[in-house]
Design a protein around this ligand. Structure first.
Ligand code: SIN
Length: 277
């Protein structure tokens, strides 16, 4: 196996490994090291069924139970799907993940990683963009770092002010999803100690102790800073890609910029994370 950096600030690809085969302890350590160092790990040229995806991602941790079970595969419910073929109840097309976000931050222990494995891709477009929140934090002016130090954000399933809408939760799902959780706006990566901006436009309802007039412009300012091109890696999908990203220090977004007569379908699974600190 060889690991090659894709940009200076995020992304690396692993080539020369077949995840259907047993992986040595040394290779497992190398993959985990690359994931923490590069935040987005692209394993090329895989052809995995759902059970094989599960086995592969367990090299990196334990499975996180996703909140909205309507996307679970019946034959392997820990694996969900991402597809451009679903519609909201009003008939409009649902493009999951369109808009900057980090996954399931409304959980008390949000997933450390999300993994997608391409099954069917459009001929062109449908890239996934990533923005490195540790690099973005490091580049903040000192005054902004002082201003956001110690602030706690209130995360909910779907906030009241986002223009992007999520697919609603079933009653059974609502019962097991927290109403609201508090997480720091600056979090420390538990494995490499780097500080990151931890914001989520669709899930943050507000900031504890600040009124909306102050909180929402601050969140907008942080987001605008954080998603500048200089902090981004844009992943153009190739057949066989398995892509795993670190939700603790990245925002990501899908792009619905392709021919919607073509199907984009990927397997999706998440790995359990820690309480953000
Ligand atoms: C997601 O936000 O999890 C999906 C990203 C994508 O489909 O590119």
């Amino acid at each position: 196996m060889e690991i090659k950096r894709l940009t200076d600030h995020a992304g690396a690809e692993a080539v020369g490994i077949d995840l259907t085969q047993p992986v040595s302890a040394e290779t497992k350590t190398e993959l985990n090291r690359a994931f923490v160092e590069h935040s987005v790990l692209v394993v090329r040229d895989q052809s995995l069924n759902p059970g094989q995806v599960l086995a592969a991602v367990e090299l990196f941790g334990s499975i996180f139970h996703q909140h909205n079970t309507r996307f679970a595969l019946p034959e392997c419910p820990q694996i969900h799907y991402i597809s451009n073929q679903d519609r909201f109840p009003d008939g409009t097309r649902y493009i999951p993940g369109e808009g900057w976000h980090t996954d399931h931050s409304n959980d008390s222990r949000p997933p450390k990683a999300t993994v997608l494995h391409a099954v069917t891709l459009p001929d062109q477009g449908g890239d996934t963009q990533f923005a490195n929140m540790a690099a973005a934090y490091a580049a903040l002016p000192a005054a902004t770092k002082d201003r956001i130090a110690g602030l706690m954000a209130i995360h909910v399933y779907q906030n009241s002010h986002s223009t992007r809408k999520l697919m609603g939760l079933s009653e059974a799902n609502k019962e097991r999803v927290p109403n609201a959780v508090l997480h720091p706006i600056v979090r420390i990566h538990p494995e490499n100690g780097r500080k990151s901006i931890y914001v989520n436009p669709i899930r943050i309802e507000g900031i504890l102790g600040l009124d909306h007039k102050e909180a929402l412009p601050l969140l907008d300012e942080l987001l605008e800073h954080a998603v500048q091109d200089r902090f981004q890696y844009r992943h153009a999908w190739r057949s066989g890609d398995l892509v795993m990203w670190d939700n603790r220090c990245l925002l990501h977004k899908a792009n619905g910029d392709y021919d919607m007569d073509q199907t984009r379908y990927l397997y999706r699974v998440m790995l359990q994370g820690d309480v953000p600190r």
